[in-house]
Write a protein that binds this ligand. Sequence first.
Ligand code: FES
Ligand code: FES
Length: 153
Amino acid sequence: MKQMVTLNVNGEQHELAISPDTSLLKVLRDELGLLGTKRGCDTSACGCCTVHMDGKAVYACVVYAMSVQGNNITTIEGLGSDGELDPLQDAFIEAGAVQCGFCTCGMIMAARQLLDEEPNPDEEQIRHAIAGNLCRCTGYAKIVDAIKLAANR
Ligand code: FES
Ligand code: FES
C-alpha cells in the first residue's frame, strides 16, 4: 500500500505517494524526472546512481525513499548555481573525462563530496573517493585529471 512522503530534493519539497520498498533512485528518476542519476546495476555495485544525502555520497539504488524524509538530497541537477555548472562539471568537459557519460554524474557526485571535505586532495585520495564508481570507457586517468583540475581552481 502506498504512503505519503515528503522529500527534499535539490532544495525543493516534493510530496509523493510511494510504496515502502521504493528506492530513492526509482523516485528520483521515475517520479521526479531527474534522469542525471543513472540506473546501472541497481545493487550497489557500480556507483552511477550516486547522490548526496546531507552532503554525503550514497547509492540511491539501495536507499529506501521513505527513509530519507528529513534529509537533504542533492542530485547532479542540484549542483552549480546561478545557471553556472559546478567547477567539477566544467573540469570533466575540459579534461575530456567523459566518453559515453553513463558513469559521469555519479563520479562527479563522489568527487564533489571529496572536494567539499578536502579541497586539495592528492591522487591517492582522489582514487579512493571514486573507488566505488565504475567507468567502462575512460581508463580513469582523465577522470582523475579532471578532479585535480577542479581542485586547482
Ligand atoms: S545503480 Fe546503484 S550502485 Fe549501480
Ligand atoms: S564514460 Fe562511459 S562508463 Fe564512464
